[in-house]
Write a protein that binds this ligand. Structure first.
Ligand code: GLU
Length: 452
């Protein structure tokens, strides 16, 4: 890194957080792209803005004891990382997964600050979760875990303080149990969580929002080049909430979606995934909680590839919608060799920094997750607004707002990239545009609020 201030911060972050590889990866990705802005903003260093941006305001870590159906006791670790509240209450999801640790949640919280800034809504950044994995647990076990988790978390959150939501393995079921326990302990009915059920304050389109928003963003990228999705072959990784609704919107816009995956492997459907097949997948994942391999048994046009990743499939556009670091340098090379021209991230940090460097060098259209997957949290922001005014908006109204927010985020990244000379002919560096645009707003708010 050439800028002396950026370089000093990077060295300090590495020394202080040596055991947190995911957090370091996320910080490195952002710092390397911020240099053009830092060069032009001499006020940052005397205000210690970068020092404060890389240090969470507060980290809460707690014990989560719970009992399984056989009466055995278990203990998991719970976290909430309250990263930055300069532009609004902390906002960000809860992830329940074996991989969860402080490094993962700090990377997610750090990215969430910039992502939420991009949405244009007044939300700070936070993230939380536990190393508890709901897979293979009964509904009652999940309920007892969620109740125990909230029995500690409730004292740290609130509708104007910190508003958690879902993330990996935390969906409508978990949010329902968490909300019930919060209400019971606090004796108050507020919008303290988003992603709630529609009967108790949830917003229409929140379930679809991350996936739909991703495709709205990618549609705008194509539009700049005078293109659209009609007839384009698309690979999607993952099969959870983000992947399902990304695939759905792609199908609606005339693309051919040929893959879905989970941590065991992927399915390739040569005929393309239709809405009917996708409805079957939704039932498989959300109700039966089964594996994606079952798709190939159900539909003869599909094949299952155990232990493989979707990036080996020839495509025009790729949408990583599973998890962090699912798309590495060799995968990026494979995509490029097969002619892929657009990569837009539905997951958080799915491409590692080496893979992103390949996309940038090849000058294809690349959308970083913190811009292209911001539709989920943006719609959470809309859920907060509806809860505050005690009204609920129609699906069409929420969808139109989501679409317009994604168009704004796209244009903001594009215009910021242009302003800082990060375009080259047809090529637009959306990655740097997103990081700079998200960062500048938070930095200005922090400077205005003094040393806090
Ligand atoms: N977990 C989602 C994200 O990564 C949504 C967070 C929210 O709705 O607060 O942005």
């Amino acid at each position: 890194m050439k800028n002396a201030y950026v370089n000093r911060i990077w060295e300090e972050v590495k020394a202080k957080n040596a055991n947190e590889p995911e957090f370091l990866q996320a910080v490195e990705e952002v710092l390397t792209t911020l240099e053009p802005a830092v060069d032009k903003m001499p006020e940052l260093e005397p205000n210690a803005i970068l020092e404060r941006m890389v240090e969470p305001e507060r980290v809460i870590m707690f014990r989560v004891p719970w009992m399984d159906d056989a009466g055995n006791y278990h203990v998991n670790r719970g976290f909430r990382v309250q990263f930055n509240s300069a532009i609004g209450p902390y906002k960000g999801g809860l992830r329940f997964s074996k991989e969860v640790n402080l490094s993962v949640l700090k990377f997610l919280g750090f990215e969430q600050v910039l992502k939420n800034s991009l949405t244009t809504l007044p939300m700070g950044g936070g993230k939380g979760g536990s190393d508890f994995d709901p897979h293979g647990k009964s509904d009652k076990e999940v309920m007892r875990f969620c109740q125990s988790f909230m029995t500690e978390l409730y004292r740290h959150i609130g509708a104007d303080v910190d508003v958690p939501a879902g993330d990996k393995n935390v969906g409508g079921r978990e949010i329902g149990y968490l909300f019930g326990q919060y209400k019971r302990i606090r004796d108050e009915y507020t919008g303290v969580l988003t992603g709630k059920g529609l009967t108790f304050g949830g917003s229409l389109i929140r379930t679809e929002a991350t996936g739909y928003g991703l495709i709205y963003f990618a549609r705008e990228m194509l539009k700049v080049k005078g293109q659209d999705f009609k007839g384009k072959t698309c690979v999607v990784s993952g099969s959870g909430n983000v992947a399902q609704y990304a695939a759905e919107k792609l199908i609606q816009l005339g693309a051919k979606v040929v893959t879905l995956s989970d941590s065991s492997g992927y399915i390739y459907d040569a005929d393309g995934i239709t809405q009917e097949k996708l409805d079957w997948v939704k039932e498989l994942k959300c109700v039966k909680r089964g594996r994606i391999s079952e798709y190939a048994k159900q539909f003869p046009s599909a094949k299952y590839f155990e232990g493989k990743k979707v990036w080996e499939v020839k495509c025009d556009c790729a949408f990583p919608c599973a998890t962090q670091n699912e798309l590495l340098e060799a995968d990026a090379e494979m995509l490029l060799k097969n002619g892929c021209k657009l990569v837009a991230e539905g997951a958080n940090m799915p491409s590692d920094n080496a893979a992103v460097a390949k996309f940038q060098a090849a000058k294809i259209m690349y959308a970083p997750g913190k811009a292209s997957n911001a539709g989920g949290v943006a719609t959470s922001g809309l859920e907060m607004s509806q809860n505050s005014e005690r009204l609920s908006w129609s699906a069409a109204e929420v969808d139109a707002k989501l679409d317009s927010i994604m168009c704004n985020i796209h244009d903001n990244c594009l215009n910021t990239a242009k302003r800082f000379g990060l375009t080259d002919g047809e090529y637009i560096n959306y990655q740097a545009g997103a990081n700079i645009a998200g960062f500048v707003k938070v930095a200005e708010a922090m400077i205005a609020q003094g040393l806090v």
